[in-house]
Design a protein around this ligand. Structure first.
Ligand code: HGY
Ligand code: MN
Ligand code: MN
Length: 409
């Protein structure tokens, strides 16, 4: 009853709604996201669900249980992407979940709980810097001051919501009451090499690594590249370069720590001007919150010292900070049982990548099912999966759903 070619075709269809010609970039509250949402709403309705856009811009589909109004098992993932993204990060989880509901509906099957599929609107946090905005609203942890965050054009989240047709003052309406969601379970590509290296198509996630993001700025003194002697320079980019290498050195010291400077902007950005200002980002992850917090403290101190020595000003603004999100053992068991029933050995593994479960854990227990992706490549247009693995993932998810036993939290 599951149609893997439809899963692959739908991920392809979604990838065509992009601001990037020849590639995939779809950010929160963009016209591209509005177009992609329309596709997903239609697929949800075809699968027998009521479907709507919630107060923060998530796409939600609901398939009633044996009687209307029952608490739901929530599935899904995110529909926004990074810049120049692959077509499966996020989208596969939404499309595969819809495929499972489609199969239940085609078989006229109703379960002792409702099923909801969420297409979260902003997991990547590319447009406004902070992340998980859609899932935080559902979990009831969305912070009002997030509405003041601005994008690269100075548009605030509140203004973007208005232009999108949403009332920013009503974001609270997306929040779910405790108990209305029995569990949140997300199917997602692994975005790492483990499953492929071990010849496995699927795996059970144990925990989602903690993550910290900072927006950093160094202010030096712009000057004439031809006239200012080297010892007199306050070169913001040279200082930033030392900071970037400090990230690499500090994180390279610990196996359970990764640090990335993903974005760096040099101003004014002319070949013959000493850079007066640099804005850059820091992304730090670890399965240990203690390790991550220590690394953040060390790096901010190191960067401060570099800037002091170079007589430039250092500014740091925390944009995101999420502790490790541990998947519930009872959900890991039920997902594992569904994998074993397919004759696949059950591999448990942590997620180095962040996911909406980091927000949803405030509302309910969370579980994740990983699907193998080629060479573990992700956040890259080369991201790829096979139709067979897409089908296996959907088959395991459907078996998990049909055997799901709710637990009290
Ligand atoms: O950054 C992450 O780990 C996720 O893709 N948002
Ligand atoms: Mn991602
Ligand atoms: Mn993702």
């Amino acid at each position: 009853m599951l149609d893997p070619s439809r899963i692959m075709q739908r991920c392809g269809a979604l990838s065509r709604h992009s601001e990037l010609s020849g590639g995939l970039t779809r950010v929160y509250l963009s016209s591209e996201q509005a177009a992609a949402n329309e596709l997903v709403l239609g697929w949800m309705r075809e699968a027998g669900m009521q479907a709507w856009l919630d107060a923060i811009g998530n796409v939600i589909g609901r398939y009633e249980g044996e009687q209307p109004g029952l608490p739901c098992l929530m599935l899904g993932s995110h529909l926004d992407t990074v810049r120049d993204a692959g077509k499966y990060d996020g989208m596969l989880g939404v499309v595969a979940a819809i495929e499972c509901v489609h199969a239940l509906h085609a078989a006229g099957k109703r379960l002792p709980f409702a099923i909801e599929v969420a297409g979260f609107a902003d997991e990547e946090g590319v447009r406004f810097g902070s992340t998980l905005l859609g899932s935080r609203a559902v979990a009831g942890t969305f912070r009002r001051d997030s509405l003041d965050a601005t994008d690269k054009n100075g548009i605030t989240l509140a203004e973007a919501m208005h232009s999108y047709g949403l009332d920013p003052t009503r974001f609270g309406e997306a929040a779910r009451p405790k108990g209305s969601v029995l569990a949140y379970v997300e199917l997602h590509i692994e975005q790492g090499p483990v499953l492929e290296a071990e010849g496995l198509s699927v795996g059970v996630v144990t925990a989602i690594n903690g993550a910290t993001r900072y927006a950093l700025e160094i202010e030096g003194l712009a000057g004439h590249a031809g006239t200012v002697p080297m010892p007199l320079r306050q070169d913001a980019l040279a200082a930033a370069a030392e900071c970037v290498l400090a990230v690499e050195a500090r994180c390279g010291r610990e196996p359970d720590l990764v640090g990335t400077v993903g974005k760096l902007e040099t101003l004014p950005g002319a070949v013959n001007v000493i850079p007066g200002r640099v804005r850059f980002t820091l992304d730090l992850r670890s399965p240990s919150d203690t390790l991550r917090e220590a690394a953040v403290a060390d790096l901010l101190a190191d960067m401060g010292r570099v800037c002091l020595r170079r007589k430039v000003v250092f500014r740091a603004q925390k944009m995101h900070d999420e502790r490790v999100a541990v998947c519930a053992p009872w959900l890991m068991e039920q997902i594992g049982a569904a994998i074993a029933a397919e004759g696949i050995s059950v591999r448990r593994l942590p997620s180095g990548a962040g996911h909406d479960g980091m927000a949803m854990i405030e509302l309910c227990d969370i579980g994740m099912l990983f699907v193998r992706c080629a060479k573990g490549i992700s956040h890259n247009p080369a991201e790829a999966i096979t139709a067979i693995d897409a089908e296996t993932g959907a088959r395991v998810l459907l078996r998990f759903i049909e055997n799901f036993q709710a637990r009290k939290r």
